[in-house]
Ligand binder design. Structure first.
Ligand code: FAQ
Length: 328
């Protein structure tokens, strides 16, 4: 369903060599414009394939690295029920990574290569997971607002043109909606708790406000890939539109709990667009290029997991294969 039309790198290269035909391109663009889904064996422009691999791979990495900030709180969850919910959520995020790696493999890049590119720093993953989860309130903010932001983005992307990615996203969105409920419950519990709990939540909110604005990517003017991705209906909303939808949905929910956001210029203008102070795009660039507060730690943990798990992958691999071929 997500990755059962696995395509090897060699097959992908062969398919690409047939692709310079402008007639094929026009037919492809007409299909996509009608809202048809593109499937792995279909003809597609080289750049469509490259863009999708880049985006789905980054998304898959974000899920598995994204499990780490919350994972560090499993042993310190404040009670048994919160611990159970957090374990289940972290497990789901890893599952999302698997679905997305399978979807990316249908385009002709092996999982091994994707993981190697993550560990070498060649491939990016979401900025937000390079910040520490300092207190339990950070877990509430991640569960409510990072998951909320991810849902805004993923519901939109799930209507896109590439079949395996959209099907993976539909399933992911069901699970993320449950994550959002547990995040909201945790967030409201702290917001309506003791003064110490409220302070802890407010401090976490202040820390996450800027990374959350960065989450949707650079402004439309600075975005490198949006134009092409929107033309090919991989992205159905621009970065600024998605950011605006997020602020529309979540700012009122935060303010109604008598919490504040650390930006005196945050307001909705008469045209219904949220305005905010410059969110420091230099910080965003540093963080996505490997120089955030936790980048080195996150990759070190992933590197350890890859090395410690190598014997399992080797044990599962057929002798004649160069890498593990996905079963589903
Ligand atoms: N972080 O030209 P654009 C989650 C990069 S899943 C890092 O505007 P595009 C679940 C971008 O890659 C979160 N890098 O890019 C969860 C490009 O660099 P490149 C992940 C970013 O692709 C919840 C450069 O900047 N979701 O949270 C970011 O048109 C809780 C120029 O940018 C997805 O990946 C960023 N935030 O639009 C897990 C969804 N933004 O590749 C655990 C799929 C931009 O040229 C706990 N992705 N960059 O070197 C997308 O929808 C798009 O890729 C955007 C960026 C909207 C993220």
């Amino acid at each position: 369903m997500y990755g059962n039309a696995y395509i090897s790198p060699e097959e992908a290269k062969q398919m690409q060599s047939q692709q310079d035909d402008p007639k094929q391109l026009a037919l492809f663009e007409a299909r996509v414009a009608k809202g048809e889904k593109v499937e792995p064996g279909d003809w597609m422009p080289t750049d469509y394939r490259k863009q999708l691999i880049r985006m789905i791979e980054q998304h898959a990495h974000s899920e598995i690295v994204g499990a780490l900030p919350e994972g560090t709180w499993i042993t310190r969850a404040p009670n048994f029920r919160r611990k159970l919910a957090l374990i289940a959520k972290v497990q789901d995020e890893i599952g999302h990574g698997q679905l997305l790696y399978s979807a990316a493999e249908t385009l002709g890049k092996t999982r091994e290569q994707m993981l190697a590119d993550l560990l070498s720093g060649k491939s990016k993953y979401s900025n937000v997971f390079n910040y520490p989860a300092k207190t339990w309130a950070d877990i509430a903010v991640i569960g409510f607002l990072v998951d909320g932001a991810a849902i805004v983005n993923q519901v939109i992307n799930s209507k896109g043109s590439y079949g395996p990615y959209c099907r993976a996203l539909e399933r992911i969105c069901y699970e993320e909606s449950f994550h959002l409920k547990q995040g909201h419950d945790n967030f409201v519990y702290l917001a309506t708790g003791t003064p110490q709990q409220r302070n802890m939540l407010q401090e976490a909110l202040n820390r996450w406000y800027r990374p959350l604005l960065h989450f949707f990517g650079p402004s439309d003017k600075a975005s490198q890939h949006s134009e092409k991705l929107m033309k090919w209906r991989v992205k159905l909303a621009s970065n600024d539109d998605m950011r605006n939808q997020f602020l529309d949905q979540y700012v009122p929910k935060i303010l109604e709990l008598d919490l504040t956001l650390p930006d005196p210029n945050l307001k909705k203008n008469d045209a219904g667009i949220w305005e905010f102070s410059d969110p420091d795009w230099d910080e965003f660039k540093r963080v996505i290029n490997g120089d955030g507060p936790c980048n080195a730690e996150r990759l070190a943990v992933r590197r350890y997991a890859e090395e410690a798990g190598r014997w399992v992958r080797n044990a599962l691999m057929r002798k004649e294969e160069k890498y593990v071929v996905p079963l589903a």
